[in-house]
Design a protein around this ligand. Structure first.
Ligand code: HMG
Length: 388
Protein backbone atom coordinates (compact mmCIF):
# COMPACT_ATOMS: atom_id res chain seq x y z
CA UNK A 1 0.00 0.00 0.00
CA UNK A 2 1.29 3.46 -0.85
CA UNK A 3 0.64 6.62 1.19
CA UNK A 4 0.97 10.24 0.10
CA UNK A 5 -0.67 13.32 -1.39
CA UNK A 6 -4.14 12.67 -2.75
CA UNK A 7 -5.08 16.28 -3.54
CA UNK A 8 -3.56 19.75 -3.20
CA UNK A 9 -5.01 23.26 -3.36
CA UNK A 10 -3.64 26.68 -2.41
CA UNK A 11 -4.85 30.20 -1.69
CA UNK A 12 -3.25 33.61 -1.68
CA UNK A 13 -4.56 37.11 -1.03
CA UNK A 14 -6.25 39.19 -3.73
CA UNK A 15 -3.69 42.03 -3.26
CA UNK A 16 -0.13 42.19 -4.50
CA UNK A 17 2.68 44.71 -4.74
CA UNK A 18 4.80 44.61 -7.89
CA UNK A 19 8.46 44.66 -6.83
CA UNK A 20 9.12 47.22 -9.59
CA UNK A 21 7.04 49.64 -7.48
CA UNK A 22 9.17 48.88 -4.41
CA UNK A 23 12.39 49.28 -6.41
CA UNK A 24 11.18 52.64 -7.78
CA UNK A 25 10.50 53.98 -4.26
CA UNK A 26 13.88 52.65 -3.09
CA UNK A 27 15.54 54.15 -6.20
CA UNK A 28 17.26 50.91 -7.10
CA UNK A 29 17.31 48.80 -10.28
CA UNK A 30 14.21 46.55 -10.28
CA UNK A 31 16.33 43.80 -11.89
CA UNK A 32 17.83 43.22 -8.45
CA UNK A 33 14.41 41.77 -7.55
CA UNK A 34 13.24 40.38 -10.91
CA UNK A 35 16.60 38.72 -11.73
CA UNK A 36 18.76 38.91 -8.60
CA UNK A 37 16.31 37.21 -6.22
CA UNK A 38 13.93 35.98 -8.95
CA UNK A 39 10.80 37.60 -7.50
CA UNK A 40 8.28 39.75 -9.37
CA UNK A 41 5.32 40.32 -7.04
CA UNK A 42 4.45 39.74 -3.41
CA UNK A 43 0.99 38.97 -2.07
CA UNK A 44 -0.21 41.21 0.77
CA UNK A 45 -2.88 39.91 3.13
CA UNK A 46 -6.06 42.00 3.44
CA UNK A 47 -6.86 43.39 6.93
CA UNK A 48 -9.67 40.83 7.30
CA UNK A 49 -7.43 37.92 6.33
CA UNK A 50 -5.09 35.87 8.49
CA UNK A 51 -3.66 32.36 8.53
CA UNK A 52 -7.05 30.94 9.58
CA UNK A 53 -9.06 32.43 6.70
CA UNK A 54 -6.31 31.65 4.16
CA UNK A 55 -6.13 28.03 5.36
CA UNK A 56 -9.92 27.61 5.17
CA UNK A 57 -9.93 29.06 1.65
CA UNK A 58 -7.17 26.67 0.55
CA UNK A 59 -8.85 23.61 2.08
CA UNK A 60 -12.48 24.27 1.10
CA UNK A 61 -12.33 22.66 -2.41
CA UNK A 62 -10.73 19.49 -0.96
CA UNK A 63 -13.27 19.19 1.84
CA UNK A 64 -16.12 19.78 -0.60
CA UNK A 65 -14.96 16.86 -2.78
CA UNK A 66 -14.04 14.33 -0.12
CA UNK A 67 -16.77 15.26 2.39
CA UNK A 68 -16.19 16.86 5.79
CA UNK A 69 -16.85 13.60 7.66
CA UNK A 70 -14.02 11.78 5.86
CA UNK A 71 -11.32 13.84 7.59
CA UNK A 72 -10.21 12.35 10.89
CA UNK A 73 -7.26 14.64 11.71
CA UNK A 74 -6.48 18.26 10.80
CA UNK A 75 -2.86 19.37 11.19
CA UNK A 76 -2.23 23.11 10.94
CA UNK A 77 1.36 24.16 10.21
CA UNK A 78 2.25 27.82 10.73
CA UNK A 79 4.74 30.25 12.22
CA UNK A 80 2.19 33.10 12.07
CA UNK A 81 0.03 31.74 14.89
CA UNK A 82 -2.91 33.89 16.04
CA UNK A 83 -2.96 32.56 19.60
CA UNK A 84 -0.32 31.20 21.98
CA UNK A 85 -2.67 28.47 23.27
CA UNK A 86 -5.57 27.69 20.98
CA UNK A 87 -4.66 25.94 17.72
CA UNK A 88 -5.60 28.01 14.65
CA UNK A 89 -6.90 24.77 13.15
CA UNK A 90 -9.81 24.71 15.61
CA UNK A 91 -11.27 27.81 13.92
CA UNK A 92 -10.71 26.15 10.52
CA UNK A 93 -12.41 23.00 11.81
CA UNK A 94 -15.61 25.00 12.42
CA UNK A 95 -15.39 27.06 9.21
CA UNK A 96 -15.07 23.86 7.14
CA UNK A 97 -17.75 21.99 9.10
CA UNK A 98 -15.45 19.10 10.04
CA UNK A 99 -16.67 16.29 12.26
CA UNK A 100 -16.57 16.87 16.02
CA UNK A 101 -14.58 13.63 16.38
CA UNK A 102 -11.80 15.02 14.15
CA UNK A 103 -8.47 15.59 15.95
CA UNK A 104 -6.87 19.08 15.51
CA UNK A 105 -3.34 20.25 16.32
CA UNK A 106 -0.98 23.13 15.37
CA UNK A 107 2.70 22.56 14.52
CA UNK A 108 5.61 25.02 14.40
CA UNK A 109 9.22 24.88 13.20
CA UNK A 110 9.58 27.85 10.87
CA UNK A 111 9.16 26.82 7.21
CA UNK A 112 9.72 23.13 7.97
CA UNK A 113 6.51 22.43 9.92
CA UNK A 114 4.29 21.50 6.93
CA UNK A 115 6.74 18.72 6.09
CA UNK A 116 6.70 17.47 9.69
CA UNK A 117 2.88 17.50 9.52
CA UNK A 118 2.86 15.59 6.22
CA UNK A 119 5.28 12.93 7.50
CA UNK A 120 3.22 12.48 10.68
CA UNK A 121 0.03 12.34 8.60
CA UNK A 122 1.60 9.61 6.40
CA UNK A 123 2.43 7.62 9.56
CA UNK A 124 -1.16 7.95 10.82
CA UNK A 125 -2.55 6.77 7.47
CA UNK A 126 -0.05 3.87 7.28
CA UNK A 127 -1.40 2.73 10.67
CA UNK A 128 -5.06 3.09 9.68
CA UNK A 129 -5.31 3.21 5.85
CA UNK A 130 -9.02 4.06 5.85
CA UNK A 131 -8.26 7.46 7.49
CA UNK A 132 -7.71 10.74 5.64
CA UNK A 133 -5.61 13.52 7.17
CA UNK A 134 -5.91 17.15 6.11
CA UNK A 135 -2.67 19.14 6.42
CA UNK A 136 -2.95 22.91 6.04
CA UNK A 137 0.09 25.16 5.96
CA UNK A 138 -0.56 28.89 6.16
CA UNK A 139 1.77 31.84 6.71
CA UNK A 140 2.23 35.58 6.26
CA UNK A 141 5.90 36.50 5.71
CA UNK A 142 6.68 39.90 7.25
CA UNK A 143 9.99 41.75 7.63
CA UNK A 144 10.68 45.30 8.74
CA UNK A 145 10.33 48.02 6.10
CA UNK A 146 13.58 49.10 4.43
CA UNK A 147 15.40 45.88 5.29
CA UNK A 148 16.91 43.39 2.85
CA UNK A 149 14.10 40.95 3.68
CA UNK A 150 11.31 43.37 2.69
CA UNK A 151 11.21 42.26 -0.95
CA UNK A 152 10.84 38.62 0.12
CA UNK A 153 7.52 39.07 1.92
CA UNK A 154 4.34 37.30 0.77
CA UNK A 155 1.46 35.21 2.05
CA UNK A 156 -0.32 32.00 1.19
CA UNK A 157 -1.82 28.77 2.38
CA UNK A 158 -1.81 25.28 0.97
CA UNK A 159 -4.07 22.34 1.82
CA UNK A 160 -2.85 18.79 1.27
CA UNK A 161 -4.98 15.68 1.68
CA UNK A 162 -2.95 12.65 2.83
CA UNK A 163 -4.44 9.24 2.10
CA UNK A 164 -3.67 5.63 1.21
CA UNK A 165 -3.30 4.94 -2.53
CA UNK A 166 -3.02 8.70 -3.27
CA UNK A 167 -3.90 10.13 -6.66
CA UNK A 168 -1.03 12.67 -6.91
CA UNK A 169 2.23 11.74 -5.11
CA UNK A 170 3.30 8.51 -3.41
CA UNK A 171 5.70 9.54 -0.65
CA UNK A 172 8.66 7.23 0.01
CA UNK A 173 9.31 6.32 3.66
CA UNK A 174 13.09 7.03 3.57
CA UNK A 175 14.08 10.58 4.59
CA UNK A 176 17.25 12.54 5.37
CA UNK A 177 17.20 14.99 8.29
CA UNK A 178 19.48 17.72 9.58
CA UNK A 179 19.00 19.86 12.71
CA UNK A 180 21.30 22.55 14.12
CA UNK A 181 20.66 25.28 16.72
CA UNK A 182 21.41 28.46 14.72
CA UNK A 183 20.05 32.04 14.70
CA UNK A 184 19.61 32.73 10.99
CA UNK A 185 15.96 33.85 11.16
CA UNK A 186 13.65 34.09 14.17
CA UNK A 187 10.67 36.01 15.56
CA UNK A 188 10.42 36.54 19.32
CA UNK A 189 6.87 36.38 20.74
CA UNK A 190 6.69 40.17 21.17
CA UNK A 191 7.42 40.94 17.50
CA UNK A 192 5.13 40.81 14.47
CA UNK A 193 8.03 40.88 12.00
CA UNK A 194 10.89 38.41 11.68
CA UNK A 195 14.54 39.16 12.37
CA UNK A 196 17.00 37.71 9.92
CA UNK A 197 20.72 37.45 9.24
CA UNK A 198 20.02 37.27 5.50
CA UNK A 199 23.35 36.21 4.00
CA UNK A 200 24.03 33.79 6.86
CA UNK A 201 20.56 32.24 6.38
CA UNK A 202 21.34 31.40 2.76
CA UNK A 203 24.64 29.74 3.81
CA UNK A 204 22.89 27.66 6.49
CA UNK A 205 20.20 26.69 3.97
CA UNK A 206 22.89 25.31 1.60
CA UNK A 207 24.80 23.58 4.41
CA UNK A 208 21.54 21.93 5.60
CA UNK A 209 20.80 20.79 2.06
CA UNK A 210 24.16 18.99 1.85
CA UNK A 211 23.74 17.41 5.29
CA UNK A 212 20.11 16.32 4.75
CA UNK A 213 20.99 14.92 1.31
CA UNK A 214 23.92 12.90 2.74
CA UNK A 215 21.59 11.52 5.41
CA UNK A 216 18.99 10.72 2.71
CA UNK A 217 21.37 8.80 0.43
CA UNK A 218 22.49 6.76 3.44
CA UNK A 219 18.87 5.68 3.96
CA UNK A 220 17.51 5.47 0.40
CA UNK A 221 18.54 3.45 -2.66
CA UNK A 222 17.91 6.55 -4.83
CA UNK A 223 20.70 8.64 -6.37
CA UNK A 224 20.66 12.17 -7.83
CA UNK A 225 20.14 10.91 -11.39
CA UNK A 226 16.99 9.00 -10.44
CA UNK A 227 15.11 12.29 -9.99
CA UNK A 228 13.40 14.15 -12.81
CA UNK A 229 12.44 17.25 -10.75
CA UNK A 230 13.26 18.85 -7.43
CA UNK A 231 11.06 21.01 -5.18
CA UNK A 232 12.91 23.29 -2.78
CA UNK A 233 11.72 25.50 0.04
CA UNK A 234 11.27 28.85 -1.74
CA UNK A 235 12.03 31.96 0.35
CA UNK A 236 12.69 33.53 -3.08
CA UNK A 237 13.02 31.67 -6.35
CA UNK A 238 16.77 32.30 -6.92
CA UNK A 239 17.38 30.33 -3.70
CA UNK A 240 16.16 27.16 -5.46
CA UNK A 241 18.55 27.82 -8.33
CA UNK A 242 21.49 28.26 -5.94
CA UNK A 243 20.44 25.16 -4.00
CA UNK A 244 20.02 22.97 -7.05
CA UNK A 245 23.39 23.97 -8.51
CA UNK A 246 24.93 23.19 -5.12
CA UNK A 247 23.31 19.72 -5.01
CA UNK A 248 24.27 18.95 -8.63
CA UNK A 249 27.89 19.94 -7.85
CA UNK A 250 28.04 17.77 -4.71
CA UNK A 251 26.82 14.84 -6.82
CA UNK A 252 29.14 15.61 -9.76
CA UNK A 253 26.04 15.22 -11.88
CA UNK A 254 27.64 16.66 -15.03
CA UNK A 255 24.39 18.35 -16.09
CA UNK A 256 24.33 21.42 -18.32
CA UNK A 257 23.00 24.69 -16.83
CA UNK A 258 19.89 24.22 -18.98
CA UNK A 259 19.27 20.71 -17.63
CA UNK A 260 19.69 21.95 -14.06
CA UNK A 261 17.19 24.75 -14.69
CA UNK A 262 14.71 22.34 -16.31
CA UNK A 263 14.63 20.25 -13.13
CA UNK A 264 13.32 23.18 -11.06
CA UNK A 265 11.87 25.88 -13.34
CA UNK A 266 8.23 24.70 -13.29
CA UNK A 267 8.21 24.71 -9.47
CA UNK A 268 8.82 28.48 -9.45
CA UNK A 269 5.93 30.03 -11.44
CA UNK A 270 3.53 30.64 -8.55
CA UNK A 271 6.09 31.60 -5.87
CA UNK A 272 7.66 34.22 -8.16
CA UNK A 273 4.36 36.16 -8.05
CA UNK A 274 3.22 35.29 -4.51
CA UNK A 275 6.45 35.67 -2.53
CA UNK A 276 7.49 33.72 0.52
CA UNK A 277 4.62 31.91 2.20
CA UNK A 278 7.05 30.28 4.67
CA UNK A 279 5.87 26.73 5.43
CA UNK A 280 3.38 26.66 2.55
CA UNK A 281 5.96 27.67 -0.04
CA UNK A 282 7.49 24.31 -1.04
CA UNK A 283 4.03 22.80 -1.49
CA UNK A 284 2.85 25.74 -3.59
CA UNK A 285 6.03 24.98 -5.59
CA UNK A 286 4.91 21.35 -5.98
CA UNK A 287 1.48 22.55 -7.16
CA UNK A 288 3.21 24.82 -9.68
CA UNK A 289 5.21 21.84 -11.01
CA UNK A 290 2.19 19.54 -11.35
CA UNK A 291 0.03 22.23 -12.95
CA UNK A 292 2.57 23.82 -15.30
CA UNK A 293 4.98 21.11 -16.47
CA UNK A 294 4.32 20.32 -20.14
CA UNK A 295 5.90 16.89 -19.78
CA UNK A 296 3.76 14.02 -18.45
CA UNK A 297 5.17 13.49 -14.96
CA UNK A 298 3.50 10.12 -14.29
CA UNK A 299 5.99 7.70 -12.76
CA UNK A 300 8.67 10.41 -12.30
CA UNK A 301 10.63 10.79 -9.08
CA UNK A 302 10.51 14.18 -7.38
CA UNK A 303 13.00 15.22 -4.68
CA UNK A 304 11.87 17.56 -1.90
CA UNK A 305 14.10 19.77 0.24
CA UNK A 306 12.22 21.33 3.13
CA UNK A 307 14.08 23.93 5.22
CA UNK A 308 12.93 25.78 8.34
CA UNK A 309 15.23 28.37 9.88
CA UNK A 310 16.58 27.79 13.30
CA UNK A 311 17.08 25.15 11.79
CA UNK A 312 15.51 21.82 10.76
CA UNK A 313 15.83 20.42 7.24
CA UNK A 314 14.59 17.31 5.50
CA UNK A 315 15.17 15.71 2.11
CA UNK A 316 12.57 13.19 0.98
CA UNK A 317 11.23 11.75 -2.26
CA UNK A 318 8.00 10.85 -3.98
CA UNK A 319 6.64 9.39 -7.22
CA UNK A 320 4.03 11.13 -9.37
CA UNK A 321 0.96 8.90 -9.81
CA UNK A 322 -0.46 7.97 -13.21
CA UNK A 323 -3.55 10.12 -13.96
CA UNK A 324 -2.46 12.91 -11.56
CA UNK A 325 -3.39 15.61 -14.08
CA UNK A 326 -7.11 14.78 -13.66
CA UNK A 327 -7.00 15.62 -9.92
CA UNK A 328 -5.60 19.17 -10.05
CA UNK A 329 -7.29 22.53 -9.38
CA UNK A 330 -5.41 24.41 -12.13
CA UNK A 331 -8.25 26.62 -13.48
CA UNK A 332 -9.23 27.81 -9.95
CA UNK A 333 -5.63 28.65 -9.10
CA UNK A 334 -5.08 30.44 -12.40
CA UNK A 335 -8.25 32.50 -11.98
CA UNK A 336 -7.39 33.44 -8.41
CA UNK A 337 -3.93 34.65 -9.49
CA UNK A 338 -5.26 36.48 -12.58
CA UNK A 339 -7.99 38.26 -10.59
CA UNK A 340 -5.62 39.78 -8.03
CA UNK A 341 -5.46 43.54 -7.66
CA UNK A 342 -2.18 45.45 -7.82
CA UNK A 343 -1.65 47.99 -5.02
CA UNK A 344 0.29 51.25 -5.04
CA UNK A 345 3.16 51.79 -2.60
CA UNK A 346 0.88 53.80 -0.25
CA UNK A 347 -1.79 51.11 -0.34
CA UNK A 348 0.94 48.56 0.42
CA UNK A 349 1.96 50.58 3.48
CA UNK A 350 -1.68 50.67 4.63
CA UNK A 351 -1.96 46.88 4.31
CA UNK A 352 1.39 46.47 6.07
CA UNK A 353 0.44 48.78 8.93
CA UNK A 354 -3.22 47.83 9.35
CA UNK A 355 -4.24 48.12 13.01
CA UNK A 356 -4.03 45.04 15.21
CA UNK A 357 -6.48 45.87 18.05
CA UNK A 358 -5.22 44.69 21.45
CA UNK A 359 -7.47 46.65 23.87
CA UNK A 360 -10.29 44.13 24.35
CA UNK A 361 -12.92 46.50 22.87
CA UNK A 362 -15.14 45.47 19.96
CA UNK A 363 -13.51 46.22 16.59
CA UNK A 364 -15.26 45.48 13.31
CA UNK A 365 -12.78 44.78 10.52
CA UNK A 366 -13.83 46.38 7.20
CA UNK A 367 -14.63 43.88 4.47
CA UNK A 368 -11.81 43.72 1.95
CA UNK A 369 -10.85 40.15 1.02
CA UNK A 370 -12.50 38.42 -1.94
CA UNK A 371 -11.99 35.07 -0.20
CA UNK A 372 -14.87 32.99 1.10
CA UNK A 373 -13.82 33.30 4.76
CA UNK A 374 -12.99 36.49 6.64
CA UNK A 375 -12.04 37.83 10.04
CA UNK A 376 -15.09 40.02 10.72
CA UNK A 377 -14.22 41.40 14.17
CA UNK A 378 -11.98 41.20 17.19
CA UNK A 379 -14.03 41.61 20.35
CA UNK A 380 -13.11 40.98 23.98
CA UNK A 381 -9.75 39.64 22.68
CA UNK A 382 -11.66 37.02 20.66
CA UNK A 383 -11.37 36.58 16.91
CA UNK A 384 -14.69 36.34 15.08
CA UNK A 385 -14.58 34.54 11.73
CA UNK A 386 -17.43 34.42 9.22
CA UNK A 387 -18.25 32.62 5.99
CA UNK A 388 -19.13 35.15 3.25
P1 HMG B 1 20.43 41.62 -0.34
O1 HMG B 1 21.61 41.34 0.52
O2 HMG B 1 19.84 42.98 -0.30
O3 HMG B 1 20.71 41.26 -1.84
O4 HMG B 1 19.26 40.60 -0.04
P2 HMG B 1 22.11 41.07 -2.60
O5 HMG B 1 22.86 42.32 -2.59
O6 HMG B 1 22.79 39.80 -2.13
O7 HMG B 1 21.51 40.81 -4.04
C1 HMG B 1 20.75 39.68 -4.31
C2 HMG B 1 21.16 39.14 -5.67
O8 HMG B 1 20.75 40.11 -6.66
C3 HMG B 1 22.68 38.97 -5.84
O9 HMG B 1 22.87 37.83 -6.67
C4 HMG B 1 23.05 40.23 -6.63
O10 HMG B 1 24.23 40.06 -7.43
C5 HMG B 1 21.84 40.39 -7.53
P3 HMG B 1 23.76 36.61 -6.12
O11 HMG B 1 25.07 37.15 -5.72
O12 HMG B 1 23.00 36.11 -4.93
O13 HMG B 1 23.78 35.68 -7.26
N1 HMG B 1 21.66 41.76 -8.04
C6 HMG B 1 21.25 42.02 -9.30
N2 HMG B 1 20.95 41.22 -10.33
C7 HMG B 1 20.54 41.80 -11.51
N3 HMG B 1 20.47 43.16 -11.68
C8 HMG B 1 20.78 43.99 -10.67
C9 HMG B 1 21.19 43.44 -9.41
N4 HMG B 1 21.56 43.97 -8.22
C10 HMG B 1 21.83 42.93 -7.40
N5 HMG B 1 20.70 45.32 -10.85
C11 HMG B 1 18.89 38.47 1.04
C12 HMG B 1 19.37 39.17 -0.20
C13 HMG B 1 18.75 36.99 0.79
C14 HMG B 1 19.91 38.69 2.16
C15 HMG B 1 17.52 39.08 1.45
O14 HMG B 1 16.57 38.88 0.43
C16 HMG B 1 16.97 38.56 2.76
O15 HMG B 1 17.41 38.91 3.85
N6 HMG B 1 15.92 37.70 2.67
C17 HMG B 1 15.27 37.11 3.83
C18 HMG B 1 16.01 35.87 4.33
C19 HMG B 1 15.90 34.72 3.37
O16 HMG B 1 15.01 34.64 2.54
N7 HMG B 1 16.81 33.73 3.51
C20 HMG B 1 16.78 32.55 2.69
C21 HMG B 1 17.34 31.32 3.42
S1 HMG B 1 16.56 31.11 5.01
C22 HMG B 1 14.98 30.45 4.63
O17 HMG B 1 14.75 30.08 3.52
C23 HMG B 1 13.98 30.38 5.72
C24 HMG B 1 12.88 31.44 5.68
O18 HMG B 1 11.94 31.13 4.67
C25 HMG B 1 12.20 31.54 7.06
C26 HMG B 1 11.65 30.29 7.71
O19 HMG B 1 12.25 29.21 7.70
O20 HMG B 1 10.63 30.44 8.40
C27 HMG B 1 13.43 32.82 5.38
Amino acid sequence: MSVGIDEISFYTSNYYLDLRTLAEVQQIDSEKYYQGIGQEKMSMAAPDEDVVTMAANAAQPLVERVGADAITTLMFATETGVDQSKAAGVYVHRLLGLDSNCRVVELKQACYSATAAIQMACALVARQPEKKVLVVASDIARYDLDTSGEATQGCGAVAVLISANPRLIEIDPEVGNYTEDVMDFWRPNYRSTALVDGKYSTKIYLKSLKKAWENFVGASSLAFNDFSHFCYHLPFSRMAEKAHKHLAKINQAGLSLEQIEQQIEDTLHYNRIIGNSYTASMYIGLTSLLENCKQNLAGKKVGFFSYGSGCVAEFFSGTVVDGYEKCLHTPNHQKMLDDRQEVSYDEYLNLYRHPDPRDGEHHDIPSSTTGRYRLAAISGHKREYVIC
